[in-house]
Design a protein around this ligand. Structure first.
Ligand SMILES: *Cc1c(COP(=O)(O)O)cnc(C)c1O
Length: 396
């Protein structure tokens, strides 16, 4: 019997251009280990495990009951939300923002990071992206049919780029420069001197800096990471992406913002007007409650992550691992032992100890030689994992 099969149309080149998923093999092994009864301990996911503070959830509940919030929101974000972001920047960083022209709401900062290239990149244009780095910088560039050119972040420079290594010809042709400090996946931090250098570089080559500041509030030992916008002249050359996701354990809520240069913000807002219809207002009210509420829950989370970091880092050091404790983020970036690759060592940890980590190669070629531990699991589980490493005879 003949069967008529309707072939789907071929996917677009921009979808084909998405690089293959590097963790497919390790994901298969994790599933197999779980199926065979192994109590797998995952340091894989960068997603806060603790709940959102109750006063923020209560603000959502109240706002959800108000019919005024059931309609389409304003595209650029509620004035009160943008004002709360501006007030928070003034309080936290001493940075003054005009909430009407220099702040736009986002459906999580990832949304803005993925869309910004559509505002500035024509087919064939170049963006400069860090390697290793959050994959969305390069993928957003590819969606706009641009070319991501990577620059390496090396351990010997504290995972800060050496701008003088970027060929001037390339820098002149590039549109956007993506930076991210405190950094995922390396846990590295930047100071204002570095951001000043970045502003100079952007001025010299007429680049737009897109700084991803998702982790400024997750820092340890009293360190307070600066905003890129604190650097003199930063607002003339760039914007900063930020969100409530990591600061307030709100990854599921999808609420962020971009702020800084008004022309860049205007372009992003114009694009978004034509794609999405903004963020549910009740979620924006919850965001206002987060940004204007008590700092205590944030301070408490810093302590929680710091204790997890210390337990993990000390144990790894006892096993001979030359790891330095990160000063910020929810990640520990760990060199693999000699003779191992990031994937071979990640597989060994899974097979010998039932522990999941992310191979550094997944963040770019310069991530080879490292694995990433996330700190999104309770300290008791970290202690169990550490015991397993010892018993399995894993050493560096
Ligand atoms: C988690 C994370 C974000 C935040 O994403 P949201 O969309 O705001 O949840 C942005 N950048 C990096 C590097 C991250 O790790």
């Amino acid at each position: 019997m003949g069967e008529t099969k309707v072939m789907p149309k071929k996917v677009a080149r921009r979808i084909e251009a998405i690089p293959p998923y590097l963790f497919a093999e390790i994901d298969r092994k994790i599933a197999a280990a779980r199926a065979s009864g192994v109590d797998v301990i995952s340091f894989g996911i960068g997603d806060p495990d603790r709940p959102t503070p109750p006063h923020i959830v209560a603000a959502l509940q109240r706002a959800a009951q108000d019919p005024a919030n059931h309609r389409y929101p304003s595209y650029e974000g509620l004035p009160a939300y943008r004002r709360a972001v501006a007030d928070w920047y003034a309080r936290r960083f001493g940075v003054h923002l005009d909430p009407d022209r220099e702040v736009v709401s986002l459906i999580g900062s990832k949304e803005g990071i993925a869309h910004i290239s559509l505002c500035f990149v024509d087919p064939g244009d170049i963006n400069l992206v860090p390697d290793p780095g959050y994959p969305v910088y390069a993928l957003g560039t590819l969606f706009a049919e641009g070319t991501p050119h990577t620059f390496p972040l090396r351990a010997e420079r504290g995972f800060l780029p050496d701008f003088s290594e970027i060929p001037s010809e390339l820098a002149r042709r590039a549109k956007l420069l993506f930076l991210n400090y405190p950094n995922n996946p390396t846990g590295a931090v930047a100071d204002l001197t570095f951001f000043r250098e970045a502003v100079e570089f952007a001025r010299a080559y007429d680049l737009i800096i897109c700084h991803d500041a998702a982790y400024t509030e997750i820092a340890f030992d009293g360190f307070e990471p600066p905003s890129f916008l604190q650097a003199p002249g930063a607002k003339e050359v760039g914007i900063e992406f930020h969100s409530v996701s990591k600061t307030y354990n709100m990854t599921g809520w999808r609420l962020g913002w971009a702020c800084g240069n008004s022309e860049v913000i205007e372009a992003l807002g114009r694009l978004k007007t034509n794609i999405d219809s903004g963020v549910f207002q009740a979620v924006q009210y919850a965001g206002i409650a987060a940004l204007t509420g008590p700092d205590e829950p944030v301070r408490a989370m810093r302590q929680v992550y710091q204790e997890r970091r210390d337990v993990l880092v000390e144990a790894l050091q006892d096993l001979g691992c030359p790891v330095t404790p990160p000063r910020a983020t929810i990640y520990v970036w760990v060199p693999v032992p000699a003779g191992e690759s990031s994937t071979s060592f990640a597989e060994k940890l899974l097979e010998r100890a039932g522990i999941v980590v992310t191979p550094g190669i997944g963040y770019g070629p310069a991530g080879e030689g490292f694995i990433r531990f996330s700190l999104c699991l309770e300290v008791e589980r970290i202690r169990v994992a550490v015991e397993r490493l010892k018993r399995a005879g894993i050493r560096w």
